[in-house]
Design a protein around this ligand. Structure first.
Ligand code: MG
Length: 186
């Protein structure tokens, strides 16, 4: 069976503020970190996991986290984000594919991420059903600049690579045929 490798990118932001989920901690990449502020959100506000979900949905060209789990739907109020990530991982499996690797970057001045990196990688790998070696979690500050620098919230970026069975793209072939017919391609 021929396969193809696809790439997806995800980005998310949550602001510091009141959260109906839990005060006194932030949940990042599945790990609860004691902190003097919480992240505001409809769910547990796990910004890293949300970015990772969107990266997977992007790789599969299958909507985004808001389309699959609308914030307007009360059943997702206070939801734990592993539900979302399991769903995204399930779509990879449903497509007959596998996650090659993922790479998450958290952007914040506080809390310090590095002490929690091993636990975050383990938590994400467990939810995704892959080896820890396929999961990277990185962190950076923004040098005091912008909303993350002012400690108004946390941003997360994620990239994934997914291997799926190759599908011949009839539309792409038709487009090439049309260009050749028009003399724009030889
Ligand atoms: Mg989010």
């Amino acid at each position: 069976m021929q396969t193809e490798t696809r790439v997806g990118f995800g980005y998310d932001v949550h602001r510091f503020g009141p959260n109906t989920y839990e005060q006194g901690l932030v949940r990042l990449c599945g790990v609860d970190i004691p902190f003097d502020q919480a992240l505001t959100g409809h769910s547990d506000a796990d910004v890293g996991m949300h970015a990772l979900c969107d990266a997977i949905y992007g790789a599969l060209a299958d909507g985004d986290i808001g389309a699959h789990f609308p914030p307007s739907d009360p059943q997702w109020k206070g939801a734990e984000s592993h539900v979302f990530l399991r769903h995204a991982a399930g779509l990879i499996a449903k497509a007959g594919g596998r996650l090659v690797n993922c790479d998450v970057t958290l952007v914040c001045e506080q809390p310090k991420i590095s002490p929690h990196r091993p636990a975050m990688r383990a938590a994400l790998a467990d939810i995704l059903g892959v080896a820890v070696s396929r999961v990277a979690v990185k962190a950076t500050t923004s040098e005091g600049l912008g909303f993350t620098g002012r400690q108004e919230g946390i941003a997360a970026h994620a990239v994934v690579s997914v291997e799926v069975p190759r599908s011949d793209d009839a539309a792409q072939a038709a487009a090439v045929d049309a260009l050749m017919a028009g003399g724009l391609l030889e």
